[in-house]
Design a protein around this ligand. Structure first.
Ligand code: SAH
Ligand code: SF4
Ligand code: F3S
Length: 437
């Protein structure tokens, strides 16, 4: 009889992709995925620690899972991913019902660790080598969905933004070999997927360690795969988004008109303290260049409010900056202190209440801009890749435009994975509604 595996994933797309890969690894030793905790033989929590809120949620969940250990004493509970990397042994101390903790560099040893635990039932922690290159060549991920696939192209981050824990829990940048990436793309397209998203903490640094292809070259080659319909990538750091990449996107066949380009802040003083290595002026120049070459481009971003030293004047500059750039959408976060990062020791901590006020103000302005941008799409006909039923209404289907906007439309003859033309007749801040034509 097959053993059952439940994976719970927190954090970014990279974690989603890695959970799919862990499911693929464990399939080889007889584990099949289940939706439920209650019938699982093995539960893995793939964790995130980018902000304190994420950590708190995960720690609460780990506590909650204790009850399943009571009802099934043979259940194995493993904690993997970024919080596992950060807290290691501590997790076992806090939660003695956990069986093993495996850091981000040890994902490749998961099968061995699970097999050892099955036979010896001995608690295990390994977070020793965060920068280890993982051989993903012979792992066939069990992907969520059937249309859109994540393909990691590199692991780790070398940028060390002063607020960020990611370089500490993900290790040094290391790129997968182009041939490995191409064969995964090929296999994915042969399995019927239509859309590929290339993933990395900073894809623009791809290949620096291999000295073979750079990111623009890689993207251009993936774009040539015959069965591919849409190609996306994330995330891009503004400091090294090259002219070559913009050219490749503009000339691309299936490369979608969307760039997620986290700016983090709109004042030079704070950008410098964040170690982002670009200025507001440089960022604006980059946006201008991108829009000149790819007029239909949609731009999204990440922003952090409440970074140490932020004054009313800095914040005002950020609001003006938002008005100037006109992002399609922004993900906004309150600065969360991460121990071990340089910003912990910076002066000028911002009061909690002010942080929340600023977040609200920022969101209000960006929501207005997002709605204005969407209003310009009213009446337009856009290509939509059909993704599936809406969660709340079976008669409504959802899909995305090439610019990554979510579209809702009444369900007709179309199937999941079809590319259809939709006339947009109603818009909101985050969604477009329309009808197939
Ligand atoms: N590598 C990607 C994303 C990293 S994490 C990039 O650089 O774009 C995703 C987002 O979380 C970041 O863009 C940043 O806006 C936010 N973030 C990272 N550390 C944070 C912290 N300590 N507090 C609040 N937000 C943070
Ligand atoms: Fe964190 Fe900066 Fe690396 Fe992004 S680029 S993961 S924000 S250190
Ligand atoms: Fe979180 Fe790790 Fe991603 S800290 S945001 S899961 S890289």
């Amino acid at each position: 009889m097959k053993k059952k595996l439940k994976i719970l994933t927190y954090g970014c797309q990279m974690n989603v992709a890695e959970s799919e890969r862990m499911a693929g690894q464990l399939k080889k030793i007889g584990y099949a995925l289940t939706e439920n905790f209650s019938d699982a033989d093995l539960i893995l929590i793939n964790t995130c620690c980018v902000r304190e809120t994420a950590e708190d949620k995960i720690n609460g969940k780990i506590g909650e899972l204790k009850k399943y250990k009571f009802s099934n004493p043979n259940l194995i509970l493993g904690i993997v991913g970024c919080l596992a990397q950060k807290d290691g042994e501590e997790i076992l101390k806090r939660s003695p019902h956990v069986d093993f903790v495996l850091g981000t560099g040890q994902r490749g040893e998961l099968v061995k660790v699970v097999e050892n635990f099955e036979s010896a039932r001995k608690k295990f922690v390994d977070v020793s080598n965060v920068s280890k290159m993982i051989d993903d060549e012979n792992i066939f991920p069990i992907r969520n969905g059937k249309i859109s696939a994540f393909v990691p192209i590199m692991y780790g981050c070398d940028n060390f933004c002063t607020y960020c824990i990611v370089p500490h829990v993900r290790g040094r940048e290391r790129s997968r070999k182009p041939e490995e990436i191409f064969s995964e793309v090929e296999e994915t397209l042969n399995a019927g997927f239509k859309e590929i998203t290339l993933l990395g903490q900073n894809v623009n640094s791809y290949g620096k360690d291999l000295k073979t292809k750079n990111f623009a070259e890689l993207l251009s080659e993936v774009d040539k795969f015959p069965k591919l319909e849409r190609l996306r990538f994330m995330t891009s750091h503004p400091k090294d988004l090259s002219d070559e990449l913009i050219e490749v996107m503009a000339a691309g066949k299936n490369i979608c008109e969307h760039i997620h380009l986290p700016v983090q802040y709109g004042s030079n003083k704070i950008l410098q303290k964040m170690n982002r290595v670009y200025t507001v002026e440089k960022y604006l120049e980059l946006v201008k260049k991108i829009r000149e070459k790819i007029p239909e481009i949609s731009l999204t971003t990440d922003l952090i409010v409440g970074f140490p030293g932020e004054t009313d004047d800095d914040f005002k500059k950020t609001l003006d900056f938002l008005e100037e750039v006109q992002f399609d959408m922004a993900f906004t976060f309150i600065y969360s202190e991460r121990s071990g990062t340089p910003a912990v020791n910076f002066d000028g901590k911002v009061d909690e209440e002010i942080k929340h006020q600023r977040l609200q103000e920022l969101m209000k302005i960006q929501n207005k801009i997002s709605l204005e941008k969407n209003l310009k799409l009213q009446g337009k006909i856009l290509e939509v890749l059909v993704e599936g039923e809406s969660k709340t209404d079976k008669n409504i289907f959802t899909g995305r435009t090439r610019t990554n906007k979510l579209v809702l439309f009444p369900h007709g003859e179309e199937k999941i994975g079809d590319l259809i033309q939709v006339k947009i007749n109603q818009v909101q801040t985050w969604i477009l509604k329309g009808e197939k034509i």
